[in-house]
Design a protein around this ligand. Structure first.
Ligand SMILES: NC(=O)c1ccc[n+]([C@@H]2O[C@H](COP(=O)([O-])OP(=O)(O)OC[C@H]3O[C@@H](n4cnc5c(N)ncnc54)[C@H](O)[C@@H]3O)[C@@H](O)[C@H]2O)c1
Length: 358
């Protein structure tokens, strides 16, 4: 299939591109680079062995979005493009509504104009807020606790309304739990600018010596060791689910909303310990007070994704830490710094075939 991947230069999108390309799909990546680096494209090309087709576009700009659809018709769109920092969304809610919600409206309008009727959407476990019970099923009450979460819920609802209005339009809402890890090549991974918002990149940066110690928010939660419990999922498992969802939408005549998690909760201290084992480095931790808005324990019931997509997470926490550490140690400064390639050649020493279209 010919697939448009919006936000495909980002963390999860780039990993999904490796799987989609491996399954033989032709991809056009569209991204504004608001939270990613053009260097991802060269790396993707090295991994896939194919030219990477890219068009710079900001989904907030209706004309740029329409321009994406001027070439041969896409069979499907995968939509990763969003701002995703919870704290920032509380400080700048309107920017989040503009980027995430307006961007999605422009994308849906352009899809409608071009007659493209298959959409895979990056939703989030954040739509459950503080769930009443765990594991969380898809029919749990949806509760919004911050503006970022509101954008994800509104985007799901907008997409749902489009599906209602046009029975031939099909969408898959994939509710991710906590994506971590990196591609096994070490060439692509999570590269947060500034202080990481998520736990795994923070731990990696402590391991590599970029940060001194890990601050653990709350040691008195009612959990296995008093620290918060989440459902960490390897980004390559997550990536595979996008290709499965594309296949599902091509074959089935129904829409889809599924959790993507392992179904296993892991505490902060368990993850830090697993990372210390994988990296051979100490992860010094300080337990500090709880953070406002945090919850004790959230993990998925992933049974529906297995039933409908035949998908289940396969990679364990040791693999998540091993791959995150490989990425971190090969790229200590993220995409801003040269990777140590197995060939010994610096990046860019070979001609890149990354093609900018349009
Ligand atoms: N990483 C997580 O923990 C997590 C969890 C649940 C859901 N999600 C969702 O998954 C998706 C991907 O997340 P990620 O972790 O890869 O984030 P990311 O920031 O690494 O990737 C998002 C990509 O979208 C691009 N983008 C953002 N706004 C854009 C716009 N207006 N126009 C064009 N490109 C734009 C960014 O430049 C970036 O390359 C997001 O929608 C996010 O909300 C992420």
């Amino acid at each position: 299939m010919r697939i448009l991947v919006c936000g495909g230069a980002g963390y999860i999108g780039s990993h999904a591109c490796t799987v989609l390309a491996e399954r033989g799909h032709d991809l056009l990546i569209a991204d504004s680079f608001v939270n990613s680096s053009p260097r991802v494209l060269e790396r993707l090309q090295r991994i896939t062995g194919c030219p990477v087709f890219f068009q710079k576009a900001d989904l907030r700009d209706r004309d740029e979005v329409e321009a994406l659809f001027r070439g041969p018709r896409f069979d499907a769109v995968v939509h990763f493009a969003a701002l995703k920092a919870v704290g920032e969304s509380c400080e700048r809610p309107l920017d989040y509504f503009d980027n995430n919600i307006s961007g999605t409206i422009h994308l849906l309008q352009a899809m409608q104009g071009a007659g493209v009727k298959r959409l895979v959407f990056s939703s989030s476990a954040t739509v459950y807020g503080d769930p009443d019970s765990v594991p969380v099923r898809e029919d749990a009450t949806l509760r919004i606790t911050n503006p970022y979460g509101r954008t994800k819920l509104v985007m799901e609802q907008l997409i749902g309304d489009v599906c209602e209005s046009d029975p031939s339009f099909r969408a898959a809402n994939l509710r991710y739990f906590n994506p971590v890890g990196a591609h096994p090549s070490g060439l692509i991974g999570e590269d947060p600018g500034g202080t990481p918002n998520n736990l795994m990149p923070y731990i990696s940066q402590v391991a590599i010596g970029r940060r001194q110690r890990l601050q653990v928010f709350g040691g008195d939660w009612p959990t296995v060791d008093g620290t918060g419990v989440r459902d960490y999922i390897h980004v390559m498992d997550l990536a595979r689910a996008h290709a499965d969802a594309i296949d599902y939408l091509a074959a089935a005549d129904r829409n889809l909303t599924v959790n993507l998690g392992t179904g296993r909760g892991i505490s902060v201290l368990e993850l830090a310990h697993a990372f210390a084992v994988a990296s051979g480095r100490d992860i010094p931790c300080d337990i500090v007070g709880r953070r406002a808005g945090d919850v004790a324990e959230v993990y998925a019931d992933p049974a529906l994704a297995h039933a409908l997509l035949g998908w289940r997470a396969e990679l364990d926490v040791a693999a998540m830490c091993r791959d995150a550490w490989r990425w971190q140690s090969m790229n200590p400064g993220g995409y801003g710094e040269a990777a140590v390639f197995a060939t010994g050649k610096p990046p860019g020493s070979e001609r890149t075939a990354a093609v900018a279209v349009g």
